[in-house]
Design a protein around this ligand. Structure first.
Ligand SMILES: Nc1ncnc2c1ncn2[C@@H]1O[C@H](COP(=O)(O)OP(=O)(O)OP(=O)(O)O)[C@@H](O)[C@H]1O
Length: 256
């Protein structure tokens, strides 16, 4: 690719015991690109997602973000650099408002920890104000302004998904990792979520999208990487990977 990739994964492997969940994986994400990772069940998508986010260490290979290696950094340090992940199993925090839920997403990228909160109250208050502002922006980006002061667990599932996105956006990421964001949503909710992701992309955000819903991927992805049994079997535009006989075979043989 001509532009310097924002994310560059090279020769990546992750082993569990003697079994490789992913192996020899190369993947680049350009600034502003939405890159989908698809593949049958057990292909290694979630493992790759977690190795990029820093929740899992690679067994071999490298992950570079904005030109610098991040392999040795834990997830919260990667978050500060601008990598935000929304997990498939993400839940809203009960007993908190929508706004409070979103504000929890900013703490990864601010400096005031609990000690600073006690010892340096002025700085803490300044950061809380800044977090409040970020939350307001994130809520408006995902269209949840009107819900801000309601209990988060009262939201319908489509809006809960939007809340999870807002929580990630509150950290002001440059790369957003989304693990099956459309799962469990009805058609209208999927369409609303796709529109929201399109808006984020139009705003310049780079996105890695792990997704089973092929229609969703076709609509959103600039490029697609297809995994089977932990390895990349095809990569390119949606149309090119759909036309690839190896991809058709992987899906016919798998459960996806
Ligand atoms: N913590 C773990 N310990 C052992 N094996 C694991 C672990 N996590 C994943 N695996 C194995 O690695 C392989 C890839 O799993 P992974 O969950 O990454 O696939 P996936 O493509 O996300 O699947 P799905 O679409 O079903 O979510 C599978 O064979 C899985 O059993």
């Amino acid at each position: 690719m001509d532009v310097v990739p924002l994310l560059s994964v090279a020769g990546l492997a992750r082993r569990f015991g003697g079994v490789y969940a992913v192996r020899h994986v190369d993947l680049d994400v350009a600034p502003g690109e939405t890159h989908a990772v698809i593949g049958p069940n057990g292909a290694g998508k979630s493992t790759l997602f977690r190795v990029i986010g820093g929740q899992l260490r690679a067994s071999a290979g490298s992950v570079r973000f904005d030109g610098a290696p991040v392999d040795r950094l834990p997830a919260h340090r990667r978050a500060r650099l601008g990598i935000a992940a929304v997990f498939q199993e993400a839940r809203v925090f009960r007993g908190m408002t929508v706004r409070e839920n979103v504000m929890t997403g900013a703490h990864a990228s601010t400096t005031a920890g609990p000690v600073a909160a006690v010892l340096r109250l002025a700085r803490h208050r300044r950061e809380e104000r800044e977090i409040g502002d970020r939350a307001a922006t994130a809520l408006s980006e995902v269209g949840l302004d009107d819900w801000a002061d309601r209990p988060a667990d009262a939201l319908p599932i489509g809006q809960q998904r939007a809340l999870q996105l807002a929580r990630a956006l509150c950290a002001r990421p440059r790369l957003l990792l989304l693990d099956e964001p459309a799962s469990g949503l009805r058609a209208a909710e999927r369409a609303a979520l796709a529109e929201l992701i399109e808006r984020l992309r139009a705003g310049g955000l780079s996105i890695v999208l792990v997704e089973h819903d092929v229609g969703f991927v076709a609509r959103l992805a600039d490029r697609v990487t297809v995994l089977e049994l932990g390895q990349v079997i095809a990569s390119g535009s949606f149309a090119s990977v759909r036309a690839d006989p190896r991809v058709a075979r992987a899906y016919l043989g798998g459960a996806a």
